[in-house]
Design a protein around this ligand. Sequence first.
Ligand SMILES: [Zn+2]
Length: 406
Amino acid sequence: MACRICSGRLHPFADFGRQPLSDAFVAPGDPGEEFSFHLAAGVCENCSMAQLLEEVPRERMFHAGYPYLSSGSSVMREHFGNLAERLLATELAGPDPFVVELGCNDGAMLSVVAGAGVRHLGVEPSGGVADLAAARGVRVRKDFFEADTAAAVLAEDGPADVVYAANTLCHIPYLDSIMAGVDALLRPGGVFVFEDPYLGDIVERASFDQIYDEHFYFFTATSVRAMARRHGFELVDVERLPVHGGEVRYTLARRGARTPAPAVAGLLAAEEAAALCDPATLRGFAARVAHNRDRLVTLLGALREEGARVYGYGATAKSATVLTYCGIGPELVSLVTDTTPAKQGRLTPGSHIPVRGPEAFADPYPDYALLLAWNHAEEIMAKEAGFGRAGGTWILYVPEVHLVRA
Ligand SMILES: [Zn+2]
């Protein structure tokens, strides 16, 4: 097994067995064979990049029916709105600025840029969400981004001041082509800004469900700096973000174009002190995850013995790893509620638990709710105050299995 970035040797550190595609919800009665792949992760001994060992073809994941919406949570809408305002006030404050977003989804960020009348382009291969962005006034190109796409955009629109990507770059195994495209498209002093789940938070919180088909890379400042340097870029800023269970926003500029902010050296030093990219550290993380899996399965088995009713809350992409890895099916969790219409009336991939709309959660409330969307815990618990009044209890499994009386 060789690193997708540098061809260095990979040290496997976590193995979740065969897994379905995280967003391939199954129609009831569908006799078709489900696609599955081997979900396991390793870390490169040369460039320190943590990554999946098996790659799922991109067209199987990012297509017209891709169900995730960036604007689905009020916290995320505010997050992207704030970033758009900041970019407009800083990097996009010059004459006739131009920003390109890779994987713009439903336009949570670019709709704010569009509202300000600033030139922009979203490159989005998933047709359904691209249409939603277009309906909000965002200029969208339905395509995967790589070197060829960048050349076409450059020819039509000229160089970009900012290339931005949120929860997109970690989805893309072929980063060489992405970096070549960014290099072609960015003006000399421009920046490439991207934010993705942070390996440091995944290890600290034992949030193993961040590992699923769509998340190919698990970035650190150490591995992003090494990757950037291979392409003539330098890591010039990092910012830790509380969203999606802990992310880092990385800013790359061409080498020598900008002085790195002190935060870069700070995060690099913290990663070194924690031996974050060391295979032994990552195997320790996997051992804690296995322990948590056993505790969760034991708890759900005991609740079934008691006759308690347990629902899942949020048929998230990340829940596929939890349900499949733990072997949780409808006998332990009788249904999962979710706000995404495309998932409702279907079965969770692999584990085949029925998915219902949010109204099913209160009709009547279950005794326990397994919070599969734990990264939105605060927002959800506030919204579902009635569950607490009805005597309900939340089950969380990050950073370890524990109960929260609602
Ligand atoms: Zn490598």
